[in-house]
Design a protein around this ligand. Structure first.
Ligand code: SAH
Ligand code: SF4
Ligand code: F3S
Length: 478
């Protein structure tokens, strides 16, 4: 039963599956109640997320089920049930998981009722499962990205088993709706509009661990957002690895721009964000919809990856340096107050210092408001991992440092342009360092701290941007 790659749970169609999972939630609840009796208190659980917004959203689904079956959510890993929702996009994400597992084991030795589970992208790699089976025998439950909707069922199997339970699927075409979700923030939420990725950028493991691209129906998306708005959500983020290809595989195809227009109509919803846009699929229709919208935030994350056409070709990104620059220019011209952010990889196989110069040239021309720079990480099974011309570490480091300096200088310049303006901020939390301050987010994603009481959390208030501190502002309520 606990063999890798063997499906211990079965696939059936969506609506039936929701019913089945509700059945298993009730069953799991009985087990949790029995545990509560033994402990003399409500059992606690902790969901730890590694990786991107998709994983963060998946973790809210895990938390929803855990709460439903009777656990109390905590952020403390001493909890009776701990689940790591893992990421494998770069090797350091994997190393962090292994590093922390040792600590979980020592906590488990102190609490005989403690159960440990692993799920997420890293679990879709057979070599990872082998390693856990060999060296981390204390893990109780492992599942992957495709069967996360079976979490309640897998929990009951875990309670009934003395061995490590492993259920990993190779892929799925199923989308299961209407399972419980426990949101991290009451006022904002991510919404999956699609799953998987078909792009196969040559460095990237995501298509292998998240499977083929599938879009949710617009009806299900709209209904979910309406329910969220009725529950107090004012800002949503539509999530997909490449939102610009949304809707292509639907029975009645629909573009992402058309979906946005429908979402815009939802009354009470105030802000719309989305992640991520692949430059090759970004349409004029989308730019127009953004331009005319009152709700879509003035922020576009447009991953560049490299500014060298030679490297872009090797990366299978399917645009050139010139096409990217022309696109960025068009967007800035149509929507002048938009913030552009990006992702860049340094050290892709075959990259020379001259290629890094090309990337730096794009950064200087586009002037990103923020850029996430990553050192290339070799991912087993991707085409780039098999390329022979891997770049020596010291060359990568030199290019990375050079790029980072330009990225930071241009970002500072861009953020400083807002000085003296009064703009709306969604108040997200009390500032961690100084509790007299609130932290808010502008439409263009810039952060501003200002004095105010916590009753403002979740509301949108105008803030005067008084002092620019590099990448954020100190402001005053206007
Ligand atoms: N779907 C999104 C990105 C998902 S991964 C997109 O296409 O933009 C987030 C970022 O991680 C990528 O944009 C890329 O910059 C980075 N990344 C992906 N694979 C990587 C690797 N093997 N090494 C280093 N960075 C990587
Ligand atoms: Fe990875 Fe490319 Fe898909 Fe983004 S678009 S998830 S970088 S393969
Ligand atoms: Fe990581 Fe999976 Fe997201 S690999 S970046 S958590 S899709």
């Amino acid at each position: 039963m606990n063999q890798i790659n063997q499906q211990i749970t079965e696939k059936i169609n969506g609506a039936e599956e929701t019913k089945r999972q509700i059945f298993f939630m009730n069953k799991a609840k009985d087990y949790v109640e029995t545990l509560a009796g033994k402990l003399g208190r409500k059992p606690t659980c902790c969901v730890t997320t590694f990786g991107c917004q998709m994983n963060a959203r998946d973790s809210e689904k895990l938390a929803g089920i855990l709460e439903k079956v009777g656990y109390e959510l905590t952020e403390n890993e001493e909890a009776d049930f701990v689940i790591y929702n893992t990421c494998t996009v770069r090797d350091n994400a994997n190393q962090r998981v292994y590093g922390r597992l040792g600590h979980l084991n020592s906590l488990k030795k102190k609490n005989p009722h403690k159960r440990i589970a692993l799920c997420g992208c890293m679990m879709q790699e057979p070599s990872v499962i082998e390693k856990i089976k060999q060296s981390y025998r204390f893990v109780d439950l492992i599942f992957g990205t495709h069967n996360i909707y079976k979490f309640a069922e897998l929990l009951t199997i875990m309670f009934e088993s003395d061995n490590m339970v492993i259920d990993i699927w190779q892929d799925t075409d199923e989308i299961v709706e209407d399972l419980p979700v426990e949101r991290k923030y009451p006022f904002k939420s991510g919404i999956n509009i699609m799953f998987g990725c078909n792009n196969f950028c040559s460095y990237c493991i995501v298509p292998y661990v998240r499977g083929r691209e599938r879009s949710r129906s617009p009806k299900d998306i709209i209904q979910e957002i309406e329910a969220l708005v009725a529950d107090g959500v004012v800002e949503i983020m539509l999530l997909g690895q490449n939102v610009n290809s949304y809707g292509k595989n639907l029975e009645e195809p629909m573009t992402f721009a058309q979906l946005l227009k429908e979402v815009e109509k939802i009354e009470g919803l105030q802000r719309i964000r989305f992640m991520t846009s692949h430059p090759k699929d970004l349409s004029d229709e989308l730019i127009q919809v953004m331009k005319e919208s009152k709700k879509i935030c003035r922020h576009l994350h447009l991953p560049l990856q490299s500014g060298s056409t030679k490297i872009l070709t090797q990366m299978n990104r399917r645009y050139t340096k010139e096409q990217y620059l022309a696109l960025a220019e068009k967007i800035r011209k149509e929507i002048p107050d938009i913030a552009l952010t990006t992702d860049i990889i340094v050290g892709f196989p075959g990259e020379t210092p001259e290629d890094v110069d090309e990337t730096i040239d794009v950064v200087k021309k586009v002037k990103y408001d923020n850029a996430f720079t990553f050192i290339y990480s070799k991912r087993t099974g991707t085409p780039a991992a098999a390329m022979e011309n891997q770049v020596p570490e010291e060359v990568v480091k030199e290019g990375f440092d050079r790029l980072l300096k330009v990225v930071q200088d241009t970002a500072r310049e861009r953020v400083a342009l807002l000085q003296g303006q009064t703009l709306d901020a969604l108040v997200e939390e009390v500032n961690e360092q100084d509790s007299s301050l609130l932290t808010g987010r502008l439409s263009n994603n810039t952060i501003v701290h200002f004095k105010g009481g916590k009753e403002l959390i979740g509301t949108i208030v105008p803030v005067y941007l008084k002092e620019c501190h590099g990448f954020y502002y100190l402001g005053e309520r206007a």
